[in-house]
Design a protein around this ligand. Sequence first.
Ligand code: ZN
Length: 388
Amino acid sequence: MIELEANWNYPTNIRVGSGRSQELAEICASIGMRSPLLITDPGLAALPMVDVAVANCRDAGLQCGLFSDVQGNPTGSNVTNGVAAFREGNHDGVIAFGGGSALDAAKAVALMAGQSRPLWDFEDDGDNWTRADEAGIAPVIAIPTTAGTGSEVGRASVIVDEKRRVKKIIFHPKMLPAVVILDPQLTTGLPPHLTAATGMDALSHNLEAYCAPFFHPMAEAISMEGARRVKQFLPRAVADGSDLEARTQMLVAASMGATAFQKGLGGMHALAHPLGALYDAHHGLLNAILMPYILEANRPVIEDQIGRLSRFLDIQETGYDGFLAWVLEIREQIGIPHALSAIDIDDTDAVKVGEMAARDPSAGGNPILFSAEQYSQIFASAVRGQLK
Ligand SMILES: [Zn+2]
């Protein structure tokens, strides 16, 4: 087996390898961070790994603070409170530590650290991001503890606007973390159902980026290889959480997915965003359940492309049908339910969900620009588990 340790500079500085989170304090010093605020969620804050990270920094003479008031779907007030903690503690950088929620909240806090405008002014729309005072954006070191969102290599955060009950994408190029540590030891404790759900989020990123109808051959190539790694290593990571090779490869596949989706996302995310905001359901689990329904709806225009991917993934029965069968098989193998009804979502709000999905920024990357009615229908089929 080749050595699973390396330093990469694309799309940012990435240190990958088992145990490398021990390099945290040295990394802070190397980018001039003397007083970092470590942002995580309350569940992780109670675990030894956060104590270890904070102690690692303090032992090296850094003034490390801790902020952990971040919800599963992080909200605008989580960010506001984090910014207050950042300013109060005179911090000069952010350590984003955790799953997608903690990373997104932390990146948004870093963006807002020195801004005078409200958070929603930086919603990913046109050139809104140019309103930000770049000098007021704090540097971020990102340490993911799940292999899914890939937020550690992303330039955006998804934050819930509680007042309007909608998920908004906050974007700025400088939100891309300065350094990323991919340490598989931090993910070994993740239970199988979360390993499965987050891993399928990584697959959905690679798959939607691959299918997005834009010219970005580099992203396309990355998405294919990212999907291949999910196919090879996600079942292993779910079956044996302590499999460090599988955990490393899934962290890499997740970072590849988020690198690739600069090309675009699609219908899975267009539906998963409103459903996450309305039902507070797990993002990765939503994408995992929605995946085959969106594939089926897109089938007329993605058949050739998916056929090519099926050959690259070495799926026995090549072509669209073989690929769809593999998606259904891996979902079942890792314990993903087939219908949204299994996670207590019914179709009462189908009209509203359809409207929100059609308006979601991810909808623009879907190979077919579905109408609100079409999204409502796809959603209703996913609630009932009716694939064909
Ligand atoms: Zn996602």
